[in-house]
Write a protein that binds this ligand. Structure first.
Ligand SMILES: [Zn+2]
Length: 494
């Protein structure tokens, strides 16, 4: 059974990823995944879930075999959940794809309205666009509510007490413990956060903390004033020279194809799509420049190198499924080069980056605190019971954690499935530990050491075989602890 399952699972992944790549890179006008789900539906129907569950229970197996089956079961269950809401997901997607935001006689797409808020220096205009965007989000909240209710029902139909319990068991993670550590990070970084946020709001936006709202955060985080130091035409050079320092020649990596072609419908944000691991990985960019564009290219290049160096010999369950925190750790490792003043000097010629680094670290802390509030909210949202009151809870937790007044309307919009928030949080914590390890072993300019490159290639070769915690233990870092992440913010922002 398992061999056939593996073969079809890999084929499903490849078809699905190729379709997403073509659509998001602007080479296809519509996303046609329904036929793929139909063709491979047997991989995640009730029957397959039951068979995999029985396989898992019929012990007599080695620990590795159990890990294998658990991976396939986690995939089947997650797709079973997604499949149960696919019509609603499509309806919400369709609504967002066709919605327009009208502002000052100009119609913009729903996606473009987010870009407009991020880059709009005039506060009144920013608030007005944001208000219209929220009204559109609100208009589809009935659909989103139906979708969440259905996901919860489907989780219970599989015998779990709640959606939260389902993911805790399949991922073998304790979200309560992760949330406890994250709450400690909130309180430990609180004094420095309040002080530096107050400085930045007064200096850059002429606002006090009491006045600041979510749309101000979106604008502040973009750090527009530094855009000139990050020109679009240098992006690919910076990527290629950074990797060259590690002994990786991107020009000769046939399996990681950079798609930088301009197409009108191409997604403005960089993304990485592993179509077949490790043979066909796409790194898609549409360079517009600015520090956030650099950060997203570097982030996605971390994913691309991880997938591109994975061993071809790994079974598909160790290439295409696993602990998302692991690949996110590698992505953040490159992403965070923008807060390394040596790297900024060497690759972008920034002689004095102190002010930029502090701004970037504050923006990162806003994001981390936002995700801590997200996890705390998701744990309650997905623990069973009625959805009433959760919109208010979302707004309260976000406002308390970020100090930017947040409206309730985004309570089901600002939400990813399957507790992805916890994966990001664990990755932020692990990345600091991994980076410190690289510095100790290969020097503070670890990114200019071919020995560091050899080490990274060795760990990337194991693909998604290990969870983030297992990888940390294997490297000798120990357990993933959130204190060094809090310490890093406290020392960067003191
Ligand atoms: Zn990522």
């Amino acid at each position: 059974m398992l061999d056939d399952y593996r073969r079809d699972f890999e084929a499903f992944h490849t078809s699905n990823a190729r379709e997403h790549y073509l659509f998001h890179s602007g080479q296809k006008n519509c996303l046609e995944i329904a036929p793929i789900y139909e063709r491979y539906g047997h991989l995640f129907d009730r029957d397959s879930i039951d068979r995999l569950t029985r396989e898992l229970e019929s012990s007599e197996r080695s620990e590795t075999e159990n890990v294998t089956i658990n991976r396939l079961l986690a995939f089947a269950v997650e797709q079973f959940l997604e499949s149960s809401v696919k019509e609603l997901t499509e309806q919400i997607g369709q609504f967002e794809a066709t919605a327009t935001v009208e502002f000052m006689g100009r119609d913009m797409t729903f996606q473009d309205s987010a870009v407009a808020i991020i880059t709009e220096g005039n506060r009144e205009s920013r608030k007005a666009i944001y208000g219209r965007r929220l009204a559109l989000i609100d208009a589809a909240n009935d659909l989103r509510t139906q979708r969440i209710v259905k996901l919860h029902e489907t989780a219970c139909s599989l015998g779990y007490s709640s959606y939260a319990e389902l993911f805790q068991r399949l991922r073998r993670l304790d979200y309560k413990e992760i949330a406890r550590q994250c709450d400690a990070l909130l309180s430990r970084t609180e004094p420095v956060y309040v002080a530096r946020l107050d400085d930045a709001l007064r200096r850059d936006l002429g606002l006090s903390i009491d006045e600041a709202e979510r749309s101000d955060a979106m604008y502040l985080l973009h750090l527009t004033s530094f855009d000139d130091s990050f020109p679009p035409r240098e992006m690919l050079r910076v990527y290629s020279e950074t990797m060259a320092g590690l002994g990786i020649t991107v020009g000769s990596q046939r399996n990681i194809v950079i798609d930088s072609e301009a197409r009108p419908r191409k997604n403005p944000r960089a993304f990485c799509m592993p179509i077949t691991i490790p043979d066909d990985v796409r790194l898609v960019i549409r360079p517009v420049g600015g520090q956030s564009d650099y950060q997203s290219l570097l982030h996605e290049s971390g994913h691309a190198q991880h997938f591109g160096w994975a061993s071809a010999q790994l079974p598909p369950e160790f290439k295409y499924t696993g602990d998302y925190a692991l690949t996110e750790t590698y992505a953040f490792l490159f992403n965070h080069l923008v807060s390394d003043s040596n790297w900024l000097r060497d690759f972008l010629g920034l002689a004095d980056s102190a002010e930029f680094v502090r701004s970037v670290m504050l923006a990162r802390l806003v994001t981390v605190r936002r995700y801590v509030a997200k996890l705390s909210y998701e744990r309650r949202l997905h623990s069973g019971g009625e959805l009433t009151g959760h919109a208010q809870l979302y707004a309260e937790l976000q406002t308390a954690s970020t100090l930017f007044r947040t409206e309730a309307a985004e309570f089901l919009f600002d939400l990813d499935d399957s507790f992805y928030s916890a994966s990001y949080l664990r990755a932020w914590a692990f990345e600091v530990l991994l980076r410190e390890y690289l510095k100790t072993r290969f020097g503070s300019r670890w990114w200019a050491s071919s020995h560091a490159g050899v080490f990274l290639k060795e760990i990337w070769e194991t693909g998604d075989r290990y969870t983030a915690d297992e990888m940390a233990a294997q490297i000798g870092i120990g357990t993933i602890d959130f204190d060094p992440l809090a310490d890093e913010f406290n020392s960067a922002l003191k």
